[in-house]
Every structure is written in structure tokens, then in C-alpha cells.
Write a protein of this length. Structure first.
Length: 218
């Protein structure tokens, strides 16, 4: 199924979203996220604070959006690009691992900023829910339209598994007390290998994917 190219209005909205998230990340890296206001981000992107609020509910959302940068769509596209002969469970797992761990030096610095701030960490973990909608579409296309409810369940399960893997990877060290933002005030040291954490969290879903593929072929 070929998706039609976006219209002019949609391209303008996407450009505005990109400008806002890039400005948010740049200002956060330069001054520290606590010193960045919504008004500063809007001004740097050349829009009004009211326009900013049409795209993001907080500065944390905008900063994290720059780190994740359309990752949801990229995961779905990576699954769709896998050959038909590849098991769906393997296609999904490989796509998730690839898109969550393939970062350059600039994005590594941005990710380091995110994992050291409780409010940014929580916003980052919340982005996993965004996987569900695009992944549902690509799974349904692979399994057939009749499997749409199954595709939703599988995609939601993947999103939950990814969040569990990230939470385990970003577990605060020591006996840190909660801070005023509801996060852990202690040092966060990523635990183990993120690819391994992701694969371990997604492995229990393999039988469900295999059963869905078997039904679609039958």
C-alpha cells in the first residue's frame, strides 16, 4: 500500500514541529533544560507561544521529541522494509533495536541530557506509546486486514515491552529519594546493553506473533 505524499499544509506543520523540537534541544544543550522557557523555544523557532502549545504540551515534550525524531514512523518503516520471508517477530524486534540504538555523537549527547533529568526521562519513556499506531498499520498490512484487532494488540504489546526495557535500562542507582518532579533524584547509570534489554523484553511476544502469522496463512 503506497501512502500519498503529504499536502502543503501538512508539510508546513511538519516543518514547524521540526523547528520547535530542534530549537528546544539546542537551547537545552546550551543553557540546561531548567533554564529554557516555552517562550524561548517559540522565539528561536520563529513562532508564537500559542503556536508552540499546538504542538507540545511542555518544554520536556519538545526536547524529547528532538531526541526521538519520528522514531515511531521509522520503526514501522523498518518493519515494512523487511523481506516477506522474515518472521514478523524478528522483523519487529530487529526494527526496534535498530531504531532505538542507532545514534550519532550529537544524539548521544542529547540522550545523555535526557537520562540525567527526571522530568525528561519520564517524557522520554512516555514516547514509547507512539509506536502503537504506525506499528499497528504495518502489522495489519502484513497479516491482512481481517487481523486488524490482533495487530492493535500486538503493537500495544510491543510499545509496553519497549517501555519496560527502557525503564530497566534507566533504573536509578542506589537508594535515591523521589524528587519534586516525581522522578528519582539519584544518579542514573544505564544498566547493561540496551539492545539486549530490548530483545529480552520483546522475546515473550514471539509466540503471539507466530500464532497470528499462522492464522493469516491459514
Amino acid at each position: 500500500m503506497t501512502t500519498p505524499p503529504p499536502g502543503l499544509r501538512e508539510r508546513k506543520k511538519q516543518a514547524t514541529r521540526e523547528a520547535l523540537r530542534e530549537a528546544a534541544l539546542r537551547l537545552a544543550l546550551e543553557h540546561g533544560p531548567d533554564q529554557v522557557r516555552v517562550e524561548d523555544i517559540a522565539e528561536a523557532a520563529g513562532v508564537s507561544p500559542r503556536t508552540y502549545n499546538n504542538y507540545f504540551a511542555s518544554r520536556e515534550q519538545a526536547i524529547v521529541a528532538a531526541v526521538t525524531a519520528d522514531r515511531e514512523a521509522r520503526v514501522a518503516a523498518a518493519v515494512a522494509a523487511r523481506p516477506a520471508g522474515v518472521r514478523l517477530a524478528d522483523a519487529v524486534t530487529d526494527a526496534v533495536v535498530e531504531q532505538y540504538t542507532d545514534t550519532g555523537e550529537h544524539m548521544y549527547k542529547a540522550l545523555l541530557l535526557v537520562i540525567t533529568r527526571p522530568a525528561l526521562r519520564e517524557a522520554f519513556l512516555g514516547t514509547t506509546a507512539g509506536i502503537e499506531l504506525p506499528l499497528t498499520a504495518v502489522i495489519a498490512e502484513r497479516l491482512g486486514s481481517a487481523a486488524a484487532p490482533t495487530a492493535r494488540v500486538l503493537a500495544a504489546s510491543v510499545a509496553a515491552a519497549v517501555r519496560v526495557a527502557l525503564e530497566d535500562w534507566l533504573r536509578p542507582t542506589g537508594d535515591a529519594a523521589p524528587d519534586v518532579c516525581g522522578g528519582a533524584a539519584g544518579l542514573v547509570v544505564p544498566s547493561g546493553s540496551l539492545p539486549d534489554q530490548l530483545r529480552a523484553a520483546l522475546t515473550p511476544l514471539a509466540p503471539a506473533f507466530e500464532a497470528a502469522e499462522h492464522r493469516s496463512r491459514a
